[in-house]
Design a protein around this ligand. Structure first.
Ligand SMILES: Cc1cc2nc3c(=O)[nH]c(=O)nc-3n(C[C@H](O)[C@H](O)[C@H](O)COP(=O)(O)OP(=O)(O)OC[C@H]3O[C@@H](n4cnc5c(N)ncnc54)[C@H](O)[C@@H]3O)c2cc1C
Length: 437
């Protein structure tokens, strides 16, 4: 590195979100000078439009490839042992189950991969073959409900109090003396370049403020492909969720239940301290394609552009989502199937074709670092992903990670590794939004 850690100036765009806040945290933990770090975001940390601004997210081990497994194990260790993150991990376990032939076969394969990993995961992952075994882990279910279900119980799994954990990073950064810019002074407009036109020296925000830095990290989640041209490597998609309110007595009965995930229905979490249960359905996501010109593109192109609920709180989600969320509730929580749904929300992520992250230096813009491509499974990485972004800045990222997260145009990020391509919101009846906003 030309500069020492102490003197290197870094701006983190999207620093109020998941990957961005983690990056700022690890810059501090690695010895960068707080006053040389600037965190920018549209909203204050935890950013209202971050995919991580949520009651809860699932913690589970991903085995898809070496980097995924390494990231999962590192993050598990930090959620369990790092003082900053420990309070936000509710290790109630996770049931990953299915009642369909294909779903059960997939889960059996997953179980076998766990065994084959040869790192003792069989100690924390149990195959649930019978109804009795499932009922022993999830006593709230009736025998009728679990009929045909088979799957895995993971004792290392559970849920993460998502927005609260990002908030804790924000407080840490503030206490250390990191600089912040929010609103117009935090909203990325364009990179700034040296006279060579290739070396990034900072960026300009929408209010015209210029920030100069040795490195710019763009961790803008679903907004990343709308801000700079990622050559279709990322397609941003929305997923939906809704909440139900339990009475204190009802909530007591569901305290400490494991997270239950069934790929054909969705998933739910134990009630929070106010008796609120969040339910998600499972589907390939919604896109929102429109003509848009990100910085670096020669002309406008069709890009899926997120529409933030933070900015448009009166937006609804499609009628189809109401049906599938109610179906998930009827499957998991039939006694609450007639309860009113509230805070129906869309949450935006950005998929790559192979579901690996996109964490690399821009191939044409020196010192401009992309830290995105979350592919809908990256909240669990909040404690540790920033460590690897810092390694990239310093040229010490492992070859395996650098290879998986490299700049790689081509492939079908609309479909990604999901069962089907995302449907566009424009084709979804019931998606009410004020088109002028
Ligand atoms: C419904 C749903 C359920 C999920 N469940 C899980 C789960 O159970 N487990 C799990 O691990 N993951 C889960 N995820 C995925 C996870 O939330 C995301 O992968 C992760 O939060 C993405 O992190 P990010 O930093 O890339 O984006 P974000 O956290 O969204 O951060 C991006 C930030 O960029 C900011 N930004 C945008 N535009 C600009 C701009 N112009 N200038 C400055 N800043 C800008 C935004 O305000 C935001 O703060 C889920 C996602 C959804 C939608």
């Amino acid at each position: 590195m030309a500069h020492s850690r102490a003197s290197t100036k870094v701006v983190v765009v999207g620093g109020g979100g998941t990957i961005g806040s983690s990056t700022a945290l690890h810059l501090i933990r690695s010895g960068y000078t707080p006053s040389n770090i600037t965190v920018l975001d549209v909203y204050k940390t935890p950013s209202l439009q971050s995919a991580g601004h949520d009651l809860n997210k699932i913690m589970g081990i991903r085995l898809r490839n070496g980097p995924d497994l390494q990231l999962s194990l590192e993050s598990l260790d930090m959620w369990q042992n790092d003082e900053l993150f420990k309070p936000f991990f509710h290790q109630v376990g996770m049931i990953d189950c299915s009642s369909s032939k294909e779903g059960i076969e997939n889960l059996r394969r997953k179980y076998q991969t766990l065994l084959d990993a040869g790192i003792g995961l069989e100690k924390t992952n149990v195959w649930l073959e019978s109804e009795d075994e499932i009922l022993a882990k999830a006593p709230n279910f009736t025998r009728e409900q679990v009929k045909g279900w088979k799957g895995l119980f993971c004792t290392d799994g559970g849920w993460l109090a998502a927005a609260k954990a990002i908030n804790a990073i924000g407080i840490f950064l503030q206490d250390k003396g990191v600089k912040f810019g929010f609103g117009g002074a935090g909203t990325f407009q364009q990179p700034l370049f040296a006279a060579d036109g290739k070396t990034c020296i900072g960026l300009e925000t929408t209010d015209g403020t210029k920030y100069f830095a040795d490195k710019v990290v763009l961790a803008a989640g679903a907004w990343s492909p709308t801000l700079v041209d990622l050559e279709d490597q990322c397609v941003s998609k929305a997923w939906v969720f809704a909440h139900i309110q339990l009475t204190p007595k009802e909530a007591d009965a569901y305290k400490n239940v494991p997270v239950v995930y069934d790929g054909e229905y969705g998933f739910f979490f134990e009630p929070n301290e106010y008796g609120v249960i969040k339910v998600c359905d499972e589907f390939p996501g919604f896109s929102r394609f429109k003509l848009h010109q990100p910085y670096g593109a020669a002309s406008p192109k069709m890009i899926s552009v997120p529409r933030s609920h933070a900015k448009h709180p009166t937006d609804t989600y499609p009628d189809a989502s109401e049906v599938t969320i109610r179906k998930a509730i009827a499957r998991f929580l039939p006694e609450f199937k007639d309860k009113e749904l509230f805070n129906r929300t869309m949450c935006w992520c950005t998929d790559t074709a192979d579901a690996n992250l996109l964490i690399c230096e821009h191939p044409k813009w020196k010192n401009f670092i992309l830290a995105t491509g979350d592919s809908g499974h990256s909240f669990k990485l909040l404690p540790n992903i920033g460590k690897h972004v810092v390694e990239l800045l310093e040229g010490s990222l492992s070859q395996e990670m650098a290879g998986a997260w490299r700049w790689r145009p081509g492939g079908d990020a609309l479909r990604s590794r999901r069962g089907a391509p995302a449907k566009d919101l424009a084709e979804m009846p019931g998606w009410k939004h004020d088109a002028h906003l």
